[in-house]
Design a protein around this ligand. Structure first.
Ligand SMILES: Cc1cc2nc3c(=O)[nH]c(=O)nc-3n(C[C@H](O)[C@H](O)[C@H](O)COP(=O)(O)OP(=O)(O)OC[C@H]3O[C@@H](n4cnc5c(N)ncnc54)[C@H](O)[C@@H]3O)c2cc1C
Length: 258
């Protein structure tokens, strides 16, 4: 099965074109295809590699044996509502973090010290079920290179409303325009946003893409920005920061082109 996804509407940064993608309705290997989740961390060119998404079969949250089991395609907002309604703690940040379960686990997404791996128990991949201890993970990194079909979490009693307020406050310095979150990972002991600002690129615009005035590590779409607009700003920031500071910025967003 396949469907057409218009990435200028589907992706959080609203950049891209309509592309035909496969839909995985049962567990199967990637076979050279790139798995798209909610496209909150992607910059998709008009010529990406073959793409695939998980079908609705993988959208669920359920409690089993005192553990929380979540399907790979379930959106963070749905997981958040499920936990809030049932007074489950540990995933409050998902109220402020866009993504699907698979994308969140693959990226070890989080806010400050609150990361998705904190309460993770195991993940279900095609090759089997792996406990957290069997996986490698760190800041916005895991070594998972297969589709994540399901993940299991501990059930901690007590949804924490104070934490939710904290996350809401953290979001107040984020730009309102469409973006894909932070473009670069923070290099050790520094901030990508500080470096982009230091080389004079904060507020720099090419076409309709711009380094945000509010948060320099956010690339924002001011309206119908093209892939090329965004890509040229990213390339410029990398080379300027390397030239001036000798620091190699590493993308947090994933750029898809072939
Ligand atoms: C406004 C904004 C703010 C953000 N703030 C933060 C933040 O504070 N912290 C943070 O960590 N991130 C942040 N992000 C980035 C984004 O929310 C996360 O990276 C999220 O995990 C992306 O999930 P996704 O489903 O959209 O994945 P996608 O963007 O579609 O894909 C990201 C990666 O996950 C992989 N993937 C997707 N689904 C699966 C699956 N089922 N199995 C295996 N791999 C899969 C993809 O192949 C790709 O490698 C922000 C994004 C936006 C737009």
């Amino acid at each position: 099965m396949s469907r057409i996804i218009d990435f200028s509407k589907f992706s959080s940064i609203k950049i891209g074109t309509p592309i035909r993608v496969d839909v995985m309705r049962e567990k199967e290997p990637l076979d050279g295809r790139f798995l798209v989740g909610g496209a909150n961390n992607l910059l998709v060119s008009p010529t990406p590699p073959p793409l695939v998404v998980l079908g609705k079969e993988f959208e669920y949250s359920k409690e089993e044996d005192r553990l929380l089991k979540i399907g790979g395609a379930t959106k963070s907002g749905r997981i958040f509502s499920y936990c809030k309604k049932r007074d489950i703690g540990g995933l409050e940040f998902l109220g402020k973090l866009p993504g699907t379960l698979g994308g969140l686990v693959k990226m070890n997404a989080g806010m400050k010290v609150y990361e998705i791996f904190n309460s993770l128990v195991d993940v279900t991949l095609l090759s089997g079920v792996y406990t957290k201890e069997e996986l490698e993970f760190g800041y916005r990194f895991t070594n998972i290179d297969e589709p994540i079909f399901e993940a299991t979490f501990e059930i901690k009693k007590g949804f924490d409303y104070t934490l939710l307020d904290e996350f809401t406050k953290m979001r107040q310095n984020q730009p309102k325009e469409p973006s894909a979150g932070s473009v670069f990972k923070n290099p050790d002991g520094d901030y990508a946003g500080r470096l982009i600002e230091a080389v004079g690129l904060k507020g720099k615009r090419v076409g309709n893409a711009m380094w945000s005035e509010v948060h320099a590590n956010f690339l924002v779409n001011m309206g119908n920005a093209s892939f090329d607009d965004a890509y040229s700003l990213i390339s410029e920031a990398k080379s300027r920061v390397l030239d001036e500071f000798g620091i190699e910025l590493k993308e947090e967003i994933i750029i898809l082109y072939s």
